[in-house]
Design a binder for this molecule. Structure first.
Ligand SMILES: O=C(O)C(=O)Cc1ccccc1
Length: 305
């Protein structure tokens, strides 16, 4: 019998920021499917070995994670949600290890980049990048490394029995990573979406993109993000990835109808509820239910079929 718990594929291992993002969306009662790469998370979903993928797409300091846009397009699994996770970073070591013993700091490149001010104070420390913050913490525990620390989250410190030597070492305390939740088409029913991720191309002529963006403006649809990526093998052709948010469904439908006339290879990559949480206000918005409730509604609908 299929488990009731959602199986969530992440790049990385348990207690990574990807798992923390999954907890935010689904609650902690999930089965985490650990994967070695983002591509593998999609393969696992395709093979029916996971129900969802949680994937980082942009970071307030490091910017967009561009290869993940291409992956989304090539697998065309629908986006059914998003999570904005504050990235709170701690320095952790084996219990009893003193700061003076440390020679090496290990972490994910995004995490390392976000601790620039702290690391600048200790130029003698060797900084080593790895694929996953939690994997760095686990390695310290498994190999009993007394000269190495990891930069990771509280989940990792707890799960891998490490001691936090220094809390909140991130340079910018308001730094967030945005994660997308993707699933299979049969699971993908979302109630009352108010945000969409779109992808399209426009012809290479004066005002072509402006025309599309003006349609959103005229309909009162807010564009929350735009990202362009070259189309592989087609010089001067670009995919535009655009996120839009709305209050009035009719206006959204209307704008999509209109922009179809001015775009090609138009794709709705997902329609979902925008992330809403205390303290993470990108703009003033009306309050909505929590993501967890939304997930339960999606789940109920998908099991009714
Ligand atoms: O390494 C991790 O824990 C990840 O999940 C990747 C990551 C690292 C830092 C910020 C966001 C995602």
């Amino acid at each position: 019998m299929k488990s009731e718990k959602p199986r969530v594929a992440i790049q990385g291992i348990r207690a990574s920021f990807h798992e923390e993002a999954a907890f935010r969306f689904f609650g902690e009662d999930i089965i985490t499917v650990e994967c070695n790469s983002f591509k593998q998370t999609f393969d696992v979903l395709k093979a029916g070995k996971a129900d969802y993928v949680v994937m980082a797409i942009e970071n307030s300091i490091a910017g967009s994670i561009l290869p993940n846009y291409s992956l989304m397009l090539s697998y065309s699994f629908p986006v059914v949600g998003e999570v904005y996770l504050p990235i709170q970073l701690h320095l952790m070591a084996l219990p009893g290890v003193k700061f003076e013993q440390i020679k090496t700091v290990t972490s994910h490149p995004i995490a390392i980049r976000q601790c620039g001010d702290f690391l600048d104070e200790y130029p003698d420390l060797r900084v080593v990048e790895s694929s996953d913050t939690a994997a760095c913490a686990k390695r310290i525990r498994d190999e009993k490394l007394t000269d190495t620390v990891a930069i990771a989250n509280t989940l990792a410190a707890k799960l891998y029995d490490l001691e936090i030597l220094e809390r909140r070492i991130e340079s910018n305390k308001k730094n967030f990573t945005r994660f997308l939740i993707l699933t299979t088409h049969e699971n993908a029913k979302v109630n009352n979406p108010d945000k969409a991720s779109l992808c399209f191309q426009v012809s290479n002529e004066v005002g072509a993109l402006a025309k599309v963006l003006n349609i959103f403006a005229e309909q009162g649809i807010n564009m929350s993000k735009i990202q362009s990526m070259p189309v592989l093998g087609k010089p001067s052709e670009y995919n535009f990835y655009v996120d839009v948010e709305w209050e009035d469904n009719k206006k959204y439908d209307q704008s999509i109808k209109q922009i179809l006339k001015y775009t090609h290879n138009f794709n709705i990559m997902g329609e979902y509820r925008r992330h809403e949480e205390e303290g993470i206000s990108l703009r003033e918005r009306p309050k909505t239910d929590s993501n967890k409730k939304k997930y339960i509604e999606v789940k109920k609908l998908s099991t009714l079929k």
